[in-house]
Design a protein around this ligand. Structure first.
Ligand SMILES: C[S@@+](CC[C@H](N)C(=O)[O-])C[C@H]1O[C@@H](n2cnc3c(N)ncnc32)[C@H](O)[C@@H]1O
Length: 455
């Protein structure tokens, strides 16, 4: 398979042909378009399966072929984990020269979900409205397009989220709730965000609107009544007037409460966290504590440690680390997340956790951050990884402060491999890489990399 989840055939002359929909182990006949002159890869125009791969799964997702979000859901789960580990994690590390004879076995087997948790694991769904063949629906966009695929039947989505979407769909024919079109800028409703707080099960819905219709107040009452059986703890309205594909508006005053509270309360590994409309939290409920525990256990926090948590969001890992350490310092560039982190620290009576609202690449150059002199570091960056010189600056800071270990959690093994090469050349040894599957079915793996300071 290629890294996008399509089948890939290697011909004896070294050329490759991409066969979307085919799986490793399938026996097929195909017609294909050869590569462009100078190119290496051709594309299948059609294919016929003579014998299906023994690793094919037929019952994991009925939408897998149509929606394109989970190309791996047509394989059995153990094969999916094995392939994703090799394609997404081993290959980029090898390309960076990090898997030499000495380091060949640093990549562990991928940690997957138990079979019974492969359904309904999402705690967040971002659904788009649309009218398909005259019928109103909420759904996901088909991979690499803005074509709507109705969400009904998506195995990742909990049933109550499907029920909420089904309840609201008929309202889409009301002009005060009509689907917004990015192309024409007509309509009202941009997205429906549904969230469920891990640990407590509290439910939230956010209606993101491009504009408010004059008669929205009348509709509001009917929406609230219709949603009553869903048992929402929070129903919010987010006014998002800017063009573009950002899911909601972060502008002050853009979110108001229609029903219940302004946020929901989560409990993660025994600590309480407030979730607002826009708060970042890992989307996979059963796998989040697995990921965090693995990173914190492998970091090996002792009572006297000073833990620096980079890209800390609302302080989830900072506070979990603070519970085991002498002091923890979280750094994050979104000021609102830092406010939430401070509130979360107070709510959990963790007075040994502090937070700074700064871009990491700038913070690592500051004297007060250097003076914190961490003994251990956590980094959990966004897709871009330790960007803007942060990898080099982190290597220097860890050396200067004599920090023992770094736990680097990454949602993008490619930028992880790039950063691992920089960190390795600044005196940190890559001890282990554990892939953790946060998105079964999708071509995605999270990794936890542990780096040790060389003696
Ligand atoms: C993958 S999230 C991790 C959040 C947190 N560790 C958690 O598990 O909930 C990455 C975080 O990095 C923040 N971020 C992105 N770029 C940043 C930068 N240059 N400096 C600081 N924070 C940044 C994002 O706002 C986001 O909260």
């Amino acid at each position: 398979m290629d890294a996008g989840g399509a089948g890939l055939i290697r011909l004896p002359d070294g050329l490759e042909v991409i066969v979307p929909g085919a799986r490793p182990g399938d026996e097929i006949t195909l017609a294909y378009r050869p590569p462009q002159p100078g190119g290496r890869r051709g594309l299948a125009e059609s294919f016929e399966t003579l014998a299906a791969s023994p690793d094919r799964a037929h019952d994991r997702c009925a939408l897998a072929g149509d929606c394109g979000g989970c190309p791996m859901a047509r394989l059995n789960y153990s094969k999916e984990l094995e392939l994703k580990r090799d394609l997404l994690v081993v290959e980029p590390l090898r390309a960076q020269g990090l898997l030499d004879a000495e380091n060949a076995s640093v990549v562990e087997a991928a940690v997957g979900l138990p079979e019974e948790k492969l359904r309904g694991f999402r705690n967040k769904a971002v659904l788009y409205p649309g009218i398909l063949d005259g019928i109103p629906h909420f759904g996901y966009y088909r991979a690499r397009s803005q074509e709507l695929v109705p969400a009904e039947g998506c195995p990742q989505t909990p049933k109550w989220m499907e029920d909420a979407a089904r309840t609201l769909a008929p309202f889409l024919t009301d002009p005060a709730f009509a689907p917004w079109s990015e192309r024409t800028d007509e309509g009202i409703l941009r997205t429906l965000i549904l969230r469920e707080a891990p640990g407590t099960g509290e439910r939230m819905a956010v209606l993101v609107v491009r504009r408010l219709a004059a008669d929205f107040a009348a509709l509001e009452k009917r929406l609230i009544d219709a949603l009553a059986p869903i048992g929402l703890a929070a129903l919010l309205l987010n006014l998002h007037e800017a063009p573009g594909s950002a899911v909601l508006s972060f502008a002050p005053g853009s979110t108001r409460v229609l029903l219940g509270k302004s946020g929901i309360e989560a409990n993660l590994l025994g600590l309480a966290f407030s979730l607002g409309a826009e708060t970042f939290l890992q989307v996979n409920t059963p796998q989040t504590p697995v990921l965090y525990s693995l990173a914190l256990d492998q970091l090996g926090i002792a009572e006297g440690d000073r833990v620096l948590d980079l890209y800390c969001g609302v302080g989830t890992l900072t506070l979990l680390a603070a519970r085991r350490a002498r002091k923890a310092l979280g750094i994050e560039r979104v000021p609102h997340s830092i406010e939430c982190a401070r509130t979360n620290a107070r709510a959990n009576h963790l007075g040994n956790a502090e937070f700074l609202a700064l871009p990491v690449e700038k913070a690592l150059e500051r004297e007060d951050v250097k003076a914190f002199a961490p003994t251990l570091v956590i980094a959990d960056p966004a897709y871009q990884g330790l960007a803007g010189g942060a990898a080099e600056a982190l290597g220097k800071l860890m050396k200067a402060s004599g920090a023992k270990r770094l736990a680097y959690i990454s949602c993008n093994p490619k930028s992880f491999a790039r950063d691992a090469a920089v960190l390795s050349s600044s005196g940190l040894r890559l001890r282990s890489v554990t892939p953790v599957d946060m998105f079964p079915g999708a071509m995605h793996l999270e990794v936890v990399g542990i780096f040790e300071a060389e003696a």
